[in-house]
Design a protein around this ligand. Sequence first.
Ligand SMILES: [Zn+2]
Ligand SMILES: [Zn+2]
Length: 304
Amino acid sequence: MISYITRYTNLSSKRFLLHPKPQKNELLSSWLVRIALAHHTMPWSFMNMHFPEYQNIVFSRDVDIWAPESFVDKLAWKSGFSSEDIFTMTLRSYEGYLLERVRLNGPNFFISPIIPRKRRNLGYGQKYCPFCLQEDPAYFRKEWRLSFYTVCLEHKIHLLDRCQNCGLPVTAYKFKREQGFVQCYGCGWNLSKEGNLTIASDEELARVSRLMKILEKGYVLIGGKPVYSIAFFQGLHQIIKIVKHFGLAEPDNIDGILGKAENIIFNLQTEMKKLLLQHRICPSHLTQDMEYIPFYFWQVEITM
Ligand SMILES: [Zn+2]
Ligand SMILES: [Zn+2]
């Protein structure tokens, strides 16, 4: 029986009684919900009782980005896991690898926004794989918030970003009855049900796998030279803007856009020359509005 507490007990100085182990690549929000459910308490109430200093704050923000150091440290003390283990579950752990700074109010390129408002999410940034959610324990993966992570590498299907029954975005800390957080809070649909799924192509699977490897290793070879992952993703983001702006791929097809952009970045010299000849692209488009210009971009400009 899950308790819907209206009068809060202050448990600020108490440790958690139960501490479910963080799963591989689990998102912090997912783990927090699982801890609350282990204590038979609704996540929102549970957080208010244990963190009265953050009354109604934890889930009213994108906690996977927000989680300040003091919150992470207190979670570590309450759960017995290290602050490092807990920080790894946040999207801020991508800082320095995917992008320079992960901001609470974005935009954060390659991280999809969830837009929390009035105790629910309005953004479709929390993707999921129904088959992964059938596993025990069910949990949400960190990479499901990455915009380029469009397919499940294990189950080889396209990820979903909404309830298949009513179309609402995923709000993991909110659910209707007792089936837990893999349930749509709006209609009760179990998100782990297969419904209508589409098979991912080999090309899409290979691309997502390649991009994840770059992120995990922290570097990639471009033209035989090592490039830090952060510089690679900064460059990829810029090329994606060019692909979108000049209509080099279908506008709503994220996989098509990524595929085109990835091909350009790995063959920058030849592809940029082609673009200069075939489209109204100037060398300056390559670096326009960029805060940091990766060195491999400068090398292209010099040779053109
Ligand atoms: Zn899966
Ligand atoms: Zn629904």
